[in-house]
Design a protein around this ligand. Structure first.
Ligand code: C5P
Length: 126
C-alpha cells in the first residue's frame, strides 16, 4: 500500500512536486509513500511526512476511495493535521499551497486526481 497526506491549513492544500521517476518528474502530488512491513498506514504516513517534509503530523480521516496503482499497489489518502514544523521540500523539487482553483489547475499525477472534488470542497474558493 502507498499512503498520501492532504495537509490543509488556512483553506490551502499542500502539493509537492515529484523529482522522480523521469516520467513523473515535475508533476504534483499529495506527499507520502510506501507502507513498510509492520507499519500501520497511519504510522507510515507520519513517517513519510517527517522524512519528506520535516514536519510532525497527526493522520486523520481517510479520503473516499482507494486508487489502484500499477504493480498491484493501492494508494490511500488521509486528511493530515500539522502539529509542528514548516514543510520543506527535503525529497521533492518544490512545494506549493493551493486554493480550489490552484488544485484544479495543477498538473497532478493521475492517481491523485480521484480526490480533487472532495479536496476542492475543503479549500478556499477563488
Ligand atoms: O513516492 P513513491 O515513489 O514512494 O511512491 C510509490 C508509488 O506511488 C509511485 O508509483 C507513485 O507514482 C505513487 N504515488 C501516487 N500518488 C502519490 C504518492 C505516490 O500515485 N500521492
Amino acid at each position: 500500500m502507498v499512503v498520501a497526506g492532504a495537509l490543509v491549513a488556512n483553506g490551502l492544500l499542500l502539493l509537492a512536486q515529484r523529482s522522480r521517476p523521469p516520467e513523473l518528474a515535475g508533476m504534483w502530488e499529495l506527499p507520502g509513500g510506501k507502507v513498510e512491513p509492520g507499519e500501520s498506514p497511519e504510522g507510515a504516513l507520519e513517517r513519510e511526512l517527517r522524512e519528506e517534509l520535516g514536519v510532525e503530523t497527526v493522520v486523520g480521516q481517510q479520503l473516499a476511495g482507494d486508487v489502484d496503482l500499477a504493480g498491484g499497489l493501492v494508494l490511500r489518502a488521509y486528511r493530515v493535521e500539522l502539529m509542528s514544523g514548516t514543510p520543506a521540500p527535503l525529497d521533492h523539487s518544490d512545494l506549493r499551497w493551493v486554493d480550489a482553483r490552484g488544485l484544479v489547475g495543477a498538473d497532478l499525477v493521475d492517481a491523485d486526481r480521484a480526490w480533487v472534488p472532495e479536496l476542492s470542497g475543503m479549500l478556499r474558493q477563488p
